[in-house]
Design a protein around this ligand. Structure first.
Ligand SMILES: [Zn+2]
Length: 119
């Protein structure tokens, strides 16, 4: 990832950038001029709808089915069918998906994401 340089608007000195998510605070080491901006990471700007696809599985625990049911809002039987046949579990934007992926992994659920999830 390339580093941007920030130039002080008052004296032209290169400013020191301190990134405190999501704010980027710039301070000029020469004249003390301060600027706060908002900086977004790539993942925040990604508006791709990613699809989480379940891989077909027949060895499921009750907890896994309940977890899927909770995640999708499907009832128990529909969740179990989705699990056994595989299929699209959910669609989400990158930021939301990242959180959900963590809980899927934590529950030992086998899935793939399309398109490739780069984060
Ligand atoms: Zn300055």
């Amino acid at each position: 990832m390339e580093e941007n340089k920030y130039i002080c608007p008052k004296c032209g000195t290169e400013m020191i950038a301190v990134y405190e998510k999501p704010a980027l605070n710039l301070t000029c080491p020469k004249c003390g001029c301060k600027i706060a901006t908002t900086k977004w990471e790539d993942i925040d700007l990604d508006d791709t709808d990613y699809e989480v696809v379940l891989k077909p599985s027949i060895n499921l625990s009750m907890e896994q089915i309940k977890f899927i049911s909770h995640l999708t809002g499907l009832n128990f039987i529909a969740s179990k069918n989705l699990f056994e046949n595989g299929g699209i579990l959910l669609k989400a934007r990158a930021v939301e998906l990242k959180e959900k992926m963590n809980s899927l992994v934590a529950n030992g659920i086998d899935f793939s994401v399309t398109p490739d999830f780069p984060y």
